[in-house]
Every structure is written in structure tokens, then in C-alpha cells.
Design a protein around this ligand. Structure first.
Ligand code: HEC
Length: 154
């Protein structure tokens, strides 16, 4: 049994620091390794990515948002309100001023069935990539009713 002396305590704490440092390095390595090859989850993300969508066109998006197309013959603004800023039901999200890439990602996910919602699945099912980019550009361009934490809690 080792005698507890100041020197031993110093040695032990030095050893503990080394072990912790090594542990930190190896977990960093693991994280790097995970990023290298696509896993199933990453493939899912790639499938629903909005990264490869064409450039969104605001005017075309506005026209589409107001038109009663698709299988349900309902316009986006019938539920999300004028400019996506005044939803007709409190459970419907505000779209005005939302990030375009977030909306595009959501619409791709609804279309692909990755994000499941009975209402929006039906709304997004027939949209092509250009439609999604246009609609997202339009709603993102509307004055924001949304707040973020930079404004603090209100
Ligand atoms: C019948 C009503 C209705 C119509 C029409 C409709 N939506 Fe929605 N939308 C909803 C509801 C309800 C949700 C919330 C669904 C959920 O919880 O995932 C939603 C969610 C969304 C979201 C995700 C928002 C977020 O914050 O995550 C987007 C983007 C969106 N809608 C865009 C559209 C677009 C574009 C159209 C037209 C092509 C459209 N919606 C038509 C009811 C509707």
C-alpha cells in the first residue's frame, strides 16, 4: 500500500490529468472518424437536404402560395394566412420571415415522408424542387413576425 505523502498526491494528480487529456483526445478522434463516412443517418439528412435546390424566386413563390393547386386545391395562405403571417388556426405555424433554408428543408422532408404530418404531407407531395425554393424564398422575404433570442424574451 502506497503511503499518502504530498509527493504521491502530486504524482497521482499528474497521472489523472494525463489520463483525462488522453481521454479527451481519443473522443475527438472518434468524432472525426464518424464524420468521414456516410452513415444511415447522414444519408437520411442528405436525402432531405435543401442544399441542392435551385435559386428561389420570390415573385413565382408568391403566385404559387396564393394559387389553389395540388390534390387538395388549397393555397398555402388559406392556412398560413396572408404572407404566411396570420395563420387561420393557432396551431398553424407562422412562415413570414422564417429562414428560407429551414422552410425548404421542411418542405423536402414532408414531400419525402421524413417529416410526417397528415396536412403538410398532402400539401408538399406534389411540389417540385423549384416550387419549394420559390415558396421558401417568398415566405422568407415577408416581414418577420417571429422573434429570436437576440431580442431577448418578450
Ligand atoms: C390545410 C392547412 C395548410 C395548408 C393549405 C398548408 N399548410 Fe403548411 N402547415 C400546416 C400545418 C398544420 C403545419 C404544421 C405541421 C407540423 O406540425 O409538422 C404546417 C407546417 C408548414 C411548414 C413547417 C413550418 C415549421 O415551422 O416547421 C412549412 C414550411 C409549411 N407548412 C409551408 C406550407 C406551404 C409552402 C404551403 C403551400 C404549398 C402550405 N404550407 C400549405 C397547415 C397547412
Amino acid at each position: 500500500m502506497m503511503k499518502i505523502t504530498t509527493k504521491n498526491i502530486r504524482l497521482l494528480s499528474a497521472a489523472a490529468v494525463t489520463i483525462l487529456a488522453l481521454a479527451a483526445c481519443s473522443s475527438e478522434k472518434k468524432a472525426e472518424g464518424a464524420a468521414a463516412g456516410p452513415t444511415e443517418t447522414q444519408e437520411d439528412i442528405i436525402k432531405t437536404s435543401s442544399a441542392g435546390l435551385p435559386q428561389g424566386r420570390i415573385a413565382e413563390g408568391e403566385a404559387l402560395a396564393k394559387s389553389q393547386t395540388g390534390p387538395t386545391k388549397q393555397a398555402c395562405i388559406e392556412c398560413h394566412g396572408m404572407d404566411g403571417a396570420a395563420p387561420t388556426d393557432p396551431t398553424y405555424p407562422v412562415l413570414a420571415g422564417q429562414y428560407a433554408d429551414y422552410m425548404a428543408h421542411s418542405l423536402v422532408a414532408y414531400r419525402e415522408g421524413q417529416r410526417k404530418n397528415a396536412v403538410m404531407g398532402g400539401q408538399a407531395g406534389h411540389l417540385n424542387d423549384q416550387d419549394i425554393a420559390d415558396l421558401s424564398a417568398y415566405f422568407a422575404s415577408r416581414p418577420a413576425k417571429l422573434s429570436n433570442l437576440s431580442k431577448g424574451y418578450e
